[in-house]
Design a protein around this ligand. Structure first.
Ligand code: ADP
Ligand code: MG
Length: 262
């Protein structure tokens, strides 16, 4: 690919507790139009990587550039060009979507009219426009997740960073959202999609980066990785590369305990 990378990460290292590294030297570059599936078991370091990319956490060592510049959240362009769905999305729950989007629109430099028109139309597509003036606190998990998804996209960012974005979403909305992501990528937007749910990643990503204990152990298209490792599913590949091969045994032990005589 001869386009300039959107995101470059070089030898990224991070510890929360001295002597206990969480990221142990991560390297990759991401190009416009790519849908990256950033996968790994719980605790592998996915969310830590994402928070660092967003400038929410400092790095210990290494280099990151985004849009060719070092990370600088205070730079006006930075927020305008990035959309983010956080893993445990904190919303201002006392607000209604109307109030929340109004506030976000100001941050993104959108006019109140544009914010309202777009937010309502996007909520309508996701089936929650009837709740525009109700308090977010009264929403189900899936409805809150939809608000976060709309928030991340309202300003039409160039890179979308998603940390487990399908949490609590219904099957229909998942289908719409997957289609939205692939359409955005075709228009040259970059999607960085982190998840531990392999099934969805396998379907939407054109490149997979697998993190194990803070190191990248595989980076390539699903087709390449599955050919190299002779695995037909991403789940199988994941289990091979993370060394997790005893799920059948664990399940058997689990059920046997349930069946023990009291
Ligand atoms: P993932 O998103 O892949 O599940 P995380 O990046 O959230 O992984 O976490 C990676 C590791 O860092 C885990 O072992 C987690 O317990 C630890 N960790 C994450 N956040 C903190 C924190 N604020 N303080 C201490 N340890 C943390
Ligand atoms: Mg995480």
């Amino acid at each position: 690919m001869n386009k300039n990378p959107v995101l470059v990460i070089k030898d990224l290292r991070k510890s929360y507790i001295p002597g206990k590294p969480v990221l142990r030297g991560i390297d990759f570059s991401v190009y416009p139009g790519e849908i990256i599936g950033y996968i790994g078991a719980n605790g592998a370091g996915k969310s830590t990587t994402i928070k660092i990319i967003l400038g929410l956490l400092p790095i210990d060592e290494g280099e990151i550039t985004i849009f060719g510049e070092p990370i600088d959240p205070s730079h006006g362009d930075f927020k305008q060009r990035i959309g983010y769905v956080p893993e445990n999305g904190e919303l201002y729950e006392n607000l209604s979507p109307a109030e929340y989007f109004d506030f976000l629109g100001i941050l993104y430099g959108l006019s109140p009219e544009t914010t309202e028109r777009k937010a309502k139309a996007l909520m309508k597509i996701l089936g929650i426009d009837g709740n525009y003036h109700n308090r977010i606190a009264s929403f189900s998990k899936g409805m809150k997740q939809k608000i976060l998804i709309v928030s991340s996209l309202l300003h039409n960012p160039d890179i979308l960073i998603l940390d487990e974005p399908l949490n609590g979403l219904d099957a229909n909305s998942v289908m719409v959202f997957k289609e939205v992501l692939s359409t955005l990528a075709k228009k040259g937007k970059t999607i960085f999609y982190s998840s531990h749910i392999m099934e969805v990643v396998e379907k939407i990503s054109d490149r997979i980066i697998l993190l194990v204990d803070g190191k990248v152990v595989a980076d390539g298209s699903f087709e390449d990785l599955s050919a190299q490792n002779q695995e037909a599913s991403l789940e199988g590949l994941f289990n091979d590369l993370t060394g997790f091969t005893n799920h059948e045994q664990l399940a058997e032990d689990f059920v046997r305990i349930l069946e023990e005589e009291s």
